[in-house]
Design a protein around this ligand. Structure first.
Ligand code: NAD
Length: 337
């Protein structure tokens, strides 16, 4: 029975263009004969009291049990008295690091052709702790939380990643000259971990200088590790260096080795249902999931088929200046396998 050799992985198709690009991933995986069995979960239309959100408890259990998953973008309706779906996933699954590889795609011309860096964003605290309140009328306060535990954990992940992926340098991005206590503690933790990895070079770069260096010469960077908000901003900046949101994958790493891959982009309501979306970002995210499962042959095969299709230039979606539909582009990738 071949089904007993299949690895189970959770799939959240998500909202907007999510189902279209998730279908594209499933097609490519079938064509490449990847030994994965998808367990699909949809975002519900009622709040599950056990998660206080539209995500069901069962869907979270599925990720916990499988240990790996792929998620499409999820749109969060604003102000309906429930938790954001992405925040629920992050908190419930303790997804503490968001890893975004960012490299120039051969054959797709941008201003830079030598980008090859990894941003690693702390994903659980910092400015995203959700602790905001009004002190008095006209004065509000937002708490930025930095803990030793979360900082050590993400720093450890970054150095371990560098070591196991043949990378040479880790840069900690900060503003400790102004945020002396919070970013100061983050840096102190990075330094502590750096001492355990003498073979990896370590440097500290102030965030404003980092932005300037990134747009002048992105090849200056290798692995970057940073607190939550800086990671959010810098990783989108990096996506822009290589051609935009249709291309950039990411993977969320959780406690106990959970890996939940997702595209960086949102649900793109402006093009949803029009067969126009670029599925590359979600496909490359699925490739990071395969690498996590050590299915490197399948990962290489699919990644090469995607890169060759884009590089050839005959089939490209509208965001890359082409006129192919999502389905035509996906078929071209399957033909390249
Ligand atoms: P967005 O990323 O959905 O769209 C920004 C622009 O990029 C749009 O013009 C869109 O058409 C384009 N785009 C994005 N992905 C594309 C793709 N694969 N192919 C072609 N074009 C693509 O950002 P937004 O409009 O600010 O957000 C829309 C919704 O998505 C919001 O509800 C937001 O909360 C949600 N969102 C979810 C996630 C997530 O689930 N991780 C991330 C960001 C935004």
């Amino acid at each position: 029975d071949s089904s007993s050799n299949l690895i189970r992985a959770t799939l959240f198709p998500g909202d907007g263009i999510g189902p279209e690009i998730a279908e594209a991933v499933k097609q490519v995986f079938r064509a490449a004969d990847v030994p994965i069995e998808w367990e699909e979960h949809y975002v519900g239309d009622q709040i599950d009291p056990r998660t206080q959100s539209f995500l069901t408890w069962e869907s979270l259990e599925s990720v916990r049990q499988n240990g790996v998953g792929l998620k499409g973008p999820m749109a969060t309706p604003i102000g309906k008295g429930h938790r954001s779906l992405n925040l629920t996933l992050r908190k419930e699954l303790n997804l503490y690091a968001n890893v975004r590889p960012c490299y120039s795609l051969p054959g797709y011309k941008t201003r830079y052709d030598d980008v090859d860096l990894i941003t690693i964003r702390e994903n659980t605290e910092g400015e995203y702790s959700g602790l905001e309140h009004q002190v008095v009328r006209g004065v509000v306060e937002s708490l930025k939380i930095i803990t030793r535990q979360a900082s050590l954990r993400v720093a450890e992940y970054a150095f371990h990643y560098a070591k196991t992926h043949g990378r040479e340098r880790v840069s900690a991005i900060h503003k400790a000259n102004i945020m002396q206590k919070t970013d100061g503690l983050f840096l102190k933790c990075c330094r502590e971990v750096a001492e355990k990895y003498p073979e990896i070079k370590y440097e500290e770069v102030v965030i404003d200088n980092c932005c300037m260096m990134l747009v002048k010469n992105p090849a200056l960077f290798d692995v970057l590790v940073m607190p939550n908000l800086y990671g959010d901003i810098i990783s989108d900046l990096c996506a822009g260096l290589i051609g935009g949101l249709g291309l950039t994958p990411s993977c969320n790493i959780g406690e106990g080795g959970i890996a939940l891959a997702e595209a960086v982009h949102g649900s793109a309501p402006d093009i949803a249902g029009k067969n126009m979306a670029n599925p590359t970002a979600l496909m490359l995210s699925a490739v990071t999931m395969l690498r996590h499962l050590k299915l490197h042959d399948k990962a290489d095969q699919i990644q090469n088929a995607i890169l060759n299709t884009i590089s050839e230039g005959r089939y490209r979606t509208a965001d890359l200046g082409g006129s192919s539909t999502t389905t035509d582009f996906t078929k071209a990738i399957c033909d390249h396998l």
